[in-house]
Design a protein around this ligand. Structure first.
Ligand code: SF4
Length: 363
């Protein structure tokens, strides 16, 4: 077939030249069109490689035609560098499955990679972040992030039981926000939940930490998980007295493999409350101006969580599936598997005034 094309075309050309000029072009046009169709569109499809037209690009990226994938910026990252904890909260969803902690230099390298990728806020969490090396390891990371990486916001979430004033003296100036977990102002309820620890009173300790935060100029925040044992409590008076910059109120969440399912170290089913019960708690506390509610829906995919190996944890399927470590493949590659919902992050108010300099606090 391909051999016949030039022969046929030459014959037609010769016979065309025997005709008057005015009819020459009209004779050639169909042949030119036929040649173009034959050489470029065998079987009705282009033989050329696909050009990156808009439709082709979308299809090949597998994004369902929603438009080109936007790279995710790790604006705010939660680094759970240890899973160890001195408490045993029944609903804990980051349990002590390993005792691994990265060497300090490796953790710093990972934090620098995140900063280069656009991180503005780092939150250190656990487990209990003050348990490793009596808070020294944590202090070194806090100072590194503020002094060397110059991050606008450095924060910690802790149960508060292992923090000493000495730590504030050494590292307080580098810390923007300290969030303390407190689920009840009734010590008996704290014990029921698993936040009791012998003679030490969680509620009294909270007051001490509040004072140190004021003295060492660290913004004070409270996190509460609303569950079966505290859902009917009225915390208005105590929260107002402690006057945190933010009171984050979470609905107790089930995570497969952490606090639910066969392999889990906890069984949190008995702590779970309905959406209506959570709404009831929020309604009772609606005049507390610093309250920031977080339902399960808002919470699930709107956090960038790094585990102790610096792997992003994807919670989309109701469990925590790890990516590769950012130390091995870089942030851009690892974050693709984070399952992070950036829109929900913004919708839940994930980006707020998070630097203590901007908070303009009346200490
Ligand atoms: S204090 Fe936090 S990390 Fe420790 S057991 Fe309780 S929920 Fe888990």
């Amino acid at each position: 077939m391909w051999m016949l094309v030039p022969v046929a075309f030459a014959g037609k050309l010769l016979s065309a030249f025997r005709k008057p000029l005015r009819s020459l072009w009209s004779s050639l046009v169909p042949w030119v069109l036929w040649l173009r169709a034959t050489l470029w569109l065998p079987g009705g499809q282009s033989a050329r490689p696909p050009q990156p037209g808009r439709g082709e690009a979308q299809g090949s990226r597998g994004d369902g035609g929603q438009g080109p994938e936007q790279p995710i910026t790790p604006t705010s990252v939660n680094y759970h560098f240890t899973r160890q904890c001195n408490y045993k909260c029944g609903f804990c969803f980051h349990t002590a499955k390993t005792s691994f902690v990265l060497p300090l230099d490796e953790a710093k390298r990972g934090l620098r990679l995140l900063q280069e990728a656009g991180m503005e806020k780092i939150n250190f969490s656990g487990g209990e972040p003050f348990i490793h090396d009596r808070g020294e390891y944590l202090g070194q990371l806090v100072r590194f992030c503020k002094e060397e990486l110059r991050l606008p916001s450095v924060s910690i979430v802790s149960n508060g039981s292992l923090i000493r004033e000495r730590w504030f003296r050494t590292y307080g100036e580098y810390l923007d926000i300290l969030a303390i977990s407190c689920d009840s102002f009734d010590e008996q309820v704290n014990v029921l939940i698993g936040r009791g620890q012998g003679k030490k009173n969680h509620v009294e300790n909270l007051q001490t930490l509040r004072t140190w935060c004021r003295d060492y100029r660290v913004a004070f925040k409270i996190n509460s998980v609303i569950n079966r044992f505290n859902v009917d409590e009225d915390m208005r008076e105590q929260i107002k007295a402690l006057n945190p910059v933010r009171w984050k109120v979470f609905q107790c969440l089930l995570i497969e493999g952490e606090n639910s399912g066969e392999d889990a170290l906890r069984e949190a089913q008995q702590f779970i409350i309905s959406d209506e019960e959570f709404e009831g708690f929020l309604d009772r506390h609606k005049d507390v101006s610093c309250l920031v509610p977080e339902s399960n829906q808002k919470m699930k995919d709107s956090y960038l969580i790094l585990d102790e190996y610096m792997r992003f944890l994807n919670c989309r399927n109701g469990r925590k599936d790890p990516s590769k470590s950012i130390l091995d493949v870089g942030v851009e590659e690892a974050i693709k598997f984070s399952g992070f919902d950036e829109k929900m992050f913004l919708k839940r108010g994930g980006k707020y005034v998070w630097s203590k300099a901007d908070l303009k606090l009346d200490w």
